[in-house]
Ligand binder design. Structure first.
Ligand SMILES: Cc1cc2nc3c(=O)[nH]c(=O)nc-3n(C[C@H](O)[C@H](O)[C@H](O)COP(=O)(O)O)c2cc1C
Length: 267
């Protein structure tokens, strides 16, 4: 397998402004950061997965949003893994990785363990249920719709991340259900992206304050004067704090007078 660079050379982190400033760093062609609109990148769609591997009897894995099937014949998948992560080290050493496709209702603490903690100081599979696959990679069974295993065919040094491309050697459906998408995780579950993700810094949660304010406008009911404040939501109607007005369902009504969404105007 080609060499993929040293861990931690390119920490993938920063605010939106830093992301824009860094956009051209290390690129293989001249880049004018003024031409990069982060909002455009935010429209890309992803799923959420746990990618796993092993090394000398140790098991590990982390949440990723970057698993993609890249070829059909032979069937191959790719995953982009941060060079600073333990999962990167394990995949580079073992030459194999496992993938668990996460269920839409995966509990947030599960994502917390696999997406925000490192196996360097915590045994993630100490309590999580798994089975060992053909490649020796652990394949989580909880919150998992399907499991895949791949042997690394090649890898590409992408700066902060290595993209591992592997031949799928085994796959199976664990249970029917809806897969967790990146969008659902953010918009409905209120999740955040971990520092190691290639998309870290593009979330609304770390955007410039002005932009966030713009996105979180208050709306006033023209019938009774009630103000919908996205920061507070409408917990009595099951609307979580942090829900923008635009994302309220069409049948949401004013909690005071029952007027429909169309009776509201920006404050
Ligand atoms: C929603 C979400 C998406 C993520 N996507 C990726 C990803 O695509 N690639 C990656 O390397 N890390 C990603 N991460 C970050 C890793 O899960 C995180 O850095 C993890 O702590 C690494 O653990 P490890 O050191 O045990 O491998 C993501 C985290 C979250 C919460």
């Amino acid at each position: 397998m080609p060499r993929t660079g040293e861990p931690g050379e390119h920490p993938a982190q920063g605010t939106r402004r830093q992301v824009i400033e860094q956009a051209g760093k290390g690129a293989h062609c001249p880049i004018d950061p003024q031409r990069i609109d982060i909002a455009a990148l935010r429209t890309l769609t992803y799923g959420l997965y746990v990618v796993t591997s092993h090394n000398s009897g140790r098991l590990n894995g982390c949440v990723v949003n970057t698993v993609v099937q890249v070829a059909g014949e032979p069937c191959q998948v790719s995953v982009s893994v941060n060079k600073a992560s333990l999962t990167h080290e394990f995949i580079a050493r073992s030459g194999s990785f496992g993938v668990a496709v996460l269920d839409q209702e995966t509990p947030m603490p599960f994502i917390g363990i696999f997406g925000f903690r490192s196996g360097r100081d915590f045994d993630k599979f100490g309590k999580a249920g798994y089975r060992l696959g053909l490649t020796g990679c652990p394949l989580p069974v909880e919150n998992t719709l399907a499991q895949l295993e791949a042997r690394v065919r090649t890898s590409v040094d992408c700066g902060s991340h290595t993209t591992f491309i592997g031949d799928v050697v085994a796959s199976r459906v664990v249970k029917p259900g809806r897969p967790l998408t990146y969008d659902y995780y953010h918009q409905v579950r209120g999740g955040k992206t971990g520092r190691g993700a290639p998309t870290y810094g593009l979330d609304m949660s770390v955007c410039d304050k002005d932009e966030r304010k713009k996105k979180m406008k208050k709306y006033v009911c023209q019938v009774c004067g009630y103000t919908y404040d996205p920061a507070a939501g409408d917990p009595d109607s099951g609307v979580q704090p942090g829900t923008p007005f635009e994302q309220l369902s069409d049948d949401w009504v004013c909690p005071v007078c029952g007027a429909g969404k169309d009776q509201f105007e920006p404050e």
